[in-house]
Design a protein around this ligand. Structure first.
Ligand code: MG
Length: 269
C-alpha cells in the first residue's frame, strides 16, 4: 500500500517481500504523474461499515441517535480505487455519496478493550460509501443498496496509525467542487476505540479488515430536493492529514431500466 510517503507492506500482503526475495526490483515509489492506483486493498478481509454514527446525519434522515452501533457489511466486489468510475446503475435514480474516515486493522483480535483498540489499527484512509438509496430502503435489510459492484472507492493514501491521530480531523465531501459535507471526526458518536471494541465483541478482527466509521450530515438524501449523483459529476472526499479521494461518476449501461426489480425498488414503500 502507498502511505503517501512511500510503499509499505500491508497486513496480509506478503507480495513485496516475495518480490524482494526473488531478486526483482521493488517498484519505485516516485510520483509518476497521474497513476492509476486501483483499490487500496486488493485482497481485503472483512468490510465492516457503521450507520448513523454522526448525530446530525441520523437526524437529517429522520432517525434517532442510537445507543447501539448500527453495522452492516459490504462485499469485496464493491471496492474500487481512487480515480475509478462510480457507476450509476441504470436500475436506480437515487445514488448518493457518503464521505467517511476508514481504518485498516493491523493486529487482529477478539474482545479488544477500547483502551487498547488503537494498537490494533494499521492505518487510516478515506472511503466514499456510495449508496443506491432506493435499493437500500426498499426492504428490511439494506444489503443490495450498499453492495452494487464498484460503489466503494477507498484510498489513495493510507497513513499509518503511528503517524496520525484520528481525533479532530476535518472531513469534507465536495460534489463538482461544492462542499456538501463538512464535519470533524470528534463528532463521531461511537469513536474509533468504541467501534473496535464493539465489533471485536462479536467477530474476530483480522489484519487487512476495513472499518468505515460512518458519514456526517449533508448526504444527498437528506436535502430538499434530494441531490443524487449523475453522470459527469466528480465526487471528492478530503480528510485532513490523510489526503483526498476523487472519483468521476458515469452511467452503468449494463443493466436496463425496465428491470423488474428496479420498478419495485422505485415504487412506494
Ligand atoms: Mg456510510
Amino acid at each position: 500500500v502507498n502511505t503517501g510517503s512511500g510503499w509499505v507492506e500491508a497486513p496480509g500482503e506478503p507480495r513485496l517481500r516475495e518480490v524482494a526475495a526473488s531478486g526483482l526490483e521493488v517498484p519505485d515509489a516516485e510520483p509518476i504523474g497521474h497513476p492509476q492506483f486501483g483499490p487500496l486493498l486488493d485482497h481485503p478481509g472483512k468490510l465492516i461499515c457503521v450507520w448513523r454514527n454522526y448525530g446530525e446525519h441520523a437526524r437529517e434522515l429522520g432517525n434517532p441517535e442510537s445507543a447501539w452501533p448500527e453495522t452492516f457489511l459490504r462485499l469485496p466486489s464493491t471496492l474500487i480505487g481512487p480515480g475509478d468510475e462510480i457507476r450509476v446503475p441504470a436500475v436506480s435514480t437515487q445514488v448518493d455519496y457518503e464521505g467517511e474516515l476508514a481504518l485498516v486493522i493491523g493486529k487482529g483480535g477478539r474482545h479488544i478493550p477500547a483502551s487498547r483498540a488503537e494498537q490494533h489499527v494499521f492505518g487510516y484512509t478515506i472511503a466514499n460509501d456510495v449508496t443506491v438509496r432506493d435499493w437500500q430502503w426498499r426492504g428490511q435489510q439494506f444489503t443490495p443498496g450498499k453492495n452494487f459492484d464498484g460503489t466503494l472507492p477507498v484510498g489513495p493514501d493510507l497513513v499509518t496509525a503511528d503517524e496520525l491521530d484520528w481525533r479532530g480531523l476535518r472531513l469534507e465531501t465536495r460534489l463538482n467542487g461544492e462542499t456538501v459535507q463538512s464535519a470533524t471526526t470528534d463528532q463521531l458518536i461511537f469513536d474509533v476505540p468504541a467501534l473496535i471494541e464493539f465489533i471485536s465483541s462479536w467477530t474476530t478482527l483480522e489484519p487487512g479488515d476495513l472499518i468505515l466509521t460512518g458519514t456526517p450530515a449533508g448526504v444527498g438524501a437528506g436535502r430538499k430536493p434530494p441531490l443524487w449523483l449523475k453522470p459527469g459529476d466528480v465526487v471528492e472526499v478530503e480528510i485532513e492529514g490523510i489526503g483526498s479521494l476523487r472519483n468521476p461518476v458515469v452511467r452503468d449501461e449494463r443493466a436496463v431500466a425496465t428491470d423488474r426489480w428496479s420498478q419495485i425498488a422505485g415504487s412506494e414503500r
